[in-house]
Design a protein around this ligand. Structure first.
Ligand SMILES: *[C@@H]1O[C@H](CO)[C@@H](O)[C@H](O)[C@H]1NC(C)=O
Ligand SMILES: *[C@@H]1O[C@H](CO)[C@@H](O)[C@H](O)[C@H]1NC(C)=O
Ligand SMILES: *[C@@H]1O[C@H](CO)[C@@H](O)[C@H](O)[C@H]1NC(C)=O
Ligand SMILES: *[C@@H]1O[C@H](CO)[C@@H](O)[C@H](O)[C@H]1NC(C)=O
Ligand SMILES: *[C@@H]1O[C@H](CO)[C@@H](O)[C@H](O)[C@H]1NC(C)=O
Ligand SMILES: *[C@@H]1O[C@H](CO)[C@@H](O)[C@H](O)[C@H]1NC(C)=O
Length: 330
C-alpha cells in the first residue's frame, strides 16, 4: 500500500513538474513578448506600424529628450498627392494644437526625394522613447488635453486647417533644384523658346483608374473633353498669350482630343516623366485647370494662381474650392 501510494505521489510530482516546465518553456516566452509589446513599445516599433512597407533598421546617431506632452502623427497611405496631404495635415494640426509633429520615415523619405527643406521630423531622435499608447486619439475633435497624442488615419486631408497657412505650406513644399530647373525647361519647350511673356496654365487630366473610382465611389462620370475646352476658353478670353501645359496619366487620350490646339503642349507623350517632375511642371505654371484628385490639387496649390476645377459634390477638390477665393468651377 505504502509503496503504491509513494509511486502514485511520485508520478504526480513528475507530471506536475512536466506541466510546469512546459508552461515555463513554451508559454512564458510568449507572455514575456506580449508584455513588452503591450507596455513598452518604443517609437521605433511604432513608426513601423504607420508604414506600408518595411523600414530598414537605422542606426540612431542623435537621441533627443522624450516628448513631455502629446504628439501628432499619421498613418501612411496612397501615392504622392495623398502623402503630401498626410504630411501637411500633421504639420498644420501641430501648429493649431501646439503639439510636436512627427511623420513616419516612410512618408518623409518619399517627400525628401522631391522637396528641399521639409521641417517635420521623423521618429528617429525619439525612437528610444516609450509610446503612451493609451493616450492616443484619432482626430482633433476627440482631442482634449495636451497630454493626449493624435494619430490621424491614412488619407487625411484637413483642408480648412492646412489652407489657413497656404503660403507657408507652399514654402514647405519647395522643389529641389533639379525639379524646378527641369520644369522651367519643359515650359520653355512648350512655348517653343519664344521670348514672349506667356501665361502658363497647367492642365491636369486624370483618367485611367480614376474613371472607375468616380463611378463606384461617387456615382458620377469623369470630366469629358468639353470641360477642359470650356476651361481653356475662359483663360484664352482673359489673356492674350496663353500656353496650356497638359499633364496626364493618359497622354494618348489628351493627344486624341487636343493635339490640334496650337497653344497646348502635352507632357509625357514621348517619354514618361516622374510624378515628381509632373508636379513641378504644374507648380511652375501661373494658373491651373484641374479635374479632381489630390495630385491635381497640389499642382494647383503650388502654382498658387487662379484655378478652375470640375464641380463634383462631396469631393475634396470642391472643399478646397469653397475655401480658396481664387478657385472656381465653370
Ligand atoms: C477627453 O477625451 C477622452 C477620450 O478621448 C475622454 O475619455 C475624457 O473624458 C475627455 N475628458 C474631458 C475632460 O473631456
Ligand atoms: C498630464 O500628465 C501629467 C503627468 O503625467 C499630469 O501631472 C498632468 O496633470 C496631466 N495634465 C492633464 C491636463 O491631464
Ligand atoms: C529651345 O532651345 C533649346 C536650347 O536653348 C534647344 O535645345 C531646343 O531645341 C529649342 N526648342 C525649340 C522647340 O526650338
Ligand atoms: C460632357 O459632360 C457634361 C457634364 O459635365 C455634359 O453636360 C455634356 O453633355 C457632355 N458632353 C458630351 C459630348 O458628352
Ligand atoms: C508665370 O510662370 C513663369 C514660369 O514659371 C514665370 O517665369 C513667370 O514669372 C510667371 N508670371 C507671373 C506673372 O507670375
Ligand atoms: C455644383 O453642382 C451642384 C449640383 O450638382 C450645384 O448645386 C452647385 O451649384 C454647383 N457648384 C458650382 C460652384 O457651380
Amino acid at each position: 500500500m505504502l509503496t503504491t501510494n509513494h509511486n502514485l505521489l511520485f508520478k504526480a510530482i513528475v507530471l506536475a513538474l512536466c506541466v510546469i516546465s512546459f508552461v515555463h518553456v513554451f508559454l512564458f516566452p510568449l507572455y514575456d513578448l506580449g508584455a513588452s509589446k503591450a507596455n513598452l513599445k518604443t517609437y521605433q516599433d511604432f513608426e513601423q506600424s504607420l508604414c506600408i512597407s518595411n523600414l530598414r533598421h537605422q542606426r540612431v546617431l542623435k537621441k533627443s529628450a522624450c516628448p513631455q506632452y502629446g504628439i501628432v502623427t499619421i498613418v501612411q497611405g496612397g501615392r504622392l498627392g495623398n502623402q503630401m496631404w498626410e504630411y501637411a495635415s500633421v504639420w498644420a494640426l501641430a501648429r493649431r494644437t501646439g503639439l510636436e509633429p512627427y511623420v513616419p520615415r516612410c512618408i518623409r523619405a518619399k517627400l525628401d526625394q522631391i522637396f528641399e527643406s521639409l521641417s517635420v521630423p521623423t521618429f528617429e531622435e525619439i525612437s528610444h522613447c516609450t509610446v503612451p499608447l493609451s493616450k492616443f486619439v484619432r482626430s482633433s475633435e476627440a482631442w482634449n488635453s495636451t497630454n493626449q497624442s493624435i494619430i490621424l488615419p491614412r488619407y487625411s486631408i484637413q483642408p480648412e486647417l492646412v489652407l489657413t497657412w497656404v503660403q507657408d505650406i507652399i514654402q514647405e513644399f519647395s522643389f529641389k533644384k533639379k525639379f524646378s530647373d527641369k520644369s522651367q525647361q519643359i515650359l520653355m519647350q512648350a512655348a517653343k523658346n519664344s521670348t514672349r511673356e506667356h501665361v502658363f496654365v497647367g492642365v491636369h487630366v486624370r483618367r485611367t483608374d480614376y474613371i472607375g473610382y468616380l463611378r463606384r465611389k461617387h456615382s458620377v462620370d469623369a470630366a469629358n473633353a468639353s470641360f477642359y475646352r470650356l476651361a481653356m476658353n475662359y483663360f484664352e478670353e482673359k489673356y492674350i498669350y496663353v500656353m496650356f501645359v497638359m499633364v496626364s496619366d493618359d497622354p494618348t487620350w489628351c493627344a486624341k482630343n487636343f493635339a490640334w490646339k496650337k497653344n497646348l503642349y502635352i507632357t509625357n507623350q514621348h517619354h514618361k516623366n516622374s510624378p515628381a517632375l509632373d508636379l513641378a511642371v504644374l507648380g511652375a505654371c501661373n494658373h491651373s485647370i484641374i479635374d479632381y484628385g489630390t495630385f491635381g490639387e497640389w499642382g494647383a496649390l503650388l502654382a498658387g494662381g487662379e484655378t478652375i476645377f470640375y464641380n463634383l459634390t462631396h469631393h475634396s477638390t470642391n472643399k478646397l474650392g469653397q475655401i480658396l477665393h481664387n478657385w472656381h468651377t465653370i
